[in-house]
Write a protein that binds this ligand. Sequence first.
Ligand code: NAD
Length: 416
Amino acid sequence: MPPEERLKIVQEFADLTDDEAATVFNSGGVPLDTIDRMIENVVGTFELPLGIATNFQINGKDYLVPLAVEEPSVVAAASNSARQTRDRGGFQCSASEPVMIGQIQLTGVPDPSGARLRILHHRQEILDLANEQDPVLVRFGGGARDIDVRVVNSHVGDFVVTHLLVDTRDAMGANAVNTMAEAVAPYIEELTGGKVFLRILSNLAVHRTVRGRAIFSKEAMGGEHIVDGIIMAYALAASDPYRCATHNKGIMNGISSVVRSTGNDTRAVEAGAHAFAARTGSYLPLTTYEKNADGDLVGTIELPMPVGLIGGATKTHPVAKACIKILGVDNAQELGMIIAAVGLAQNHAALKALATVGIQKGHMKLHARNVAVAAFESLGVEEDPALIDEVKEELVKGGKIRVDKAEEILKRIKGL
Ligand code: NAD
């Protein structure tokens, strides 16, 4: 069915007005046939704001960073924190080689340790077989590099799990790795007499990590007591999973926004980040904070970063293509390093706000427009952009950014 016909069915089913249906169908700047080829059962697009984070200097190079996100204050916070690193040289970032893991689960072998050794013995044949699947990747300098084999005990018996380590260069690599994992599976069965079950990428991409470090100067931050406050706030995250989940969520506010704006897979990066945070058996922060000898704050970040410049939606979505051009990156590792810097900046901004005025002051000011809109909704008043701004201004001036206050203001203005 073409998108128009699908939408007609949905419109009838959900009783959408013509205006509502037209809003869904409007595909913005992206041609509808492009969208229709990206996923299934397309009826339109879902648009998000795209904002530019400023002040990022990474390994001596200045970047403008596009963030696609619905949450107010993310872009402002990242830009503000990045500014506070500039007098100490900005962000220093590095990346590992872009090596992803494909898992092959072997079942039904009576001698798992023996099978493990038989697989390792045929490492080169397995790598050659994998590399035959993707001559293009090999041509670009990537390909299967190594294998690792473990015996995994489960409640239904032992599995022999082979990890195929594949350098996927500028691709995120999930499809490339899955194809290779499927291709080598029959050979592993032949070697061991077992039965292969799953053949799939692992999102715990421990061999494809990015790291970032920055010094936030005490002067730019407003004093050494703020450095101490951030270290205290960090200590709670490092000791308590309830705080740590929110600490890492703040990091992902920045990270997922860049991953999304460049057409990459947010779920792949998020799954990898949280699994990496829990890899020791305790769920820990993705960042660290310390005070250096000068009394400045040293922040670091490290996490898996399976992002690409090729494959997936990166080359099909025209806005993602433009975002990659805005970033001016040459390879996927450089993109990953920028993403790490944004994650660190975002986390620093949240910790600084928490350790000083509290998170709500800055956030709610930027969120005030959403609160004003909620009052129009709850009172059934038709939205009018100028009037929304008027309610928002008054809310911010009054200092209590709540829907009941917005309702009061709107009722007064409208004489309700
Ligand atoms: P892809 O298959 O579209 O493109 C990768 C291919 O591009 C490579 O295999 C290679 O043949 C070619 N290529 C050309 N130039 C290259 C270069 N310079 N560097 C590297 N490769 C080059 O995409 P992909 O990256 O294999 O897969 C990404 C997609 O897989 C994403 O859409 C993701 O959402 C999806 N996915 C994710 C998971 C997961 O995370 N668990 C699972 C399945 C699929």
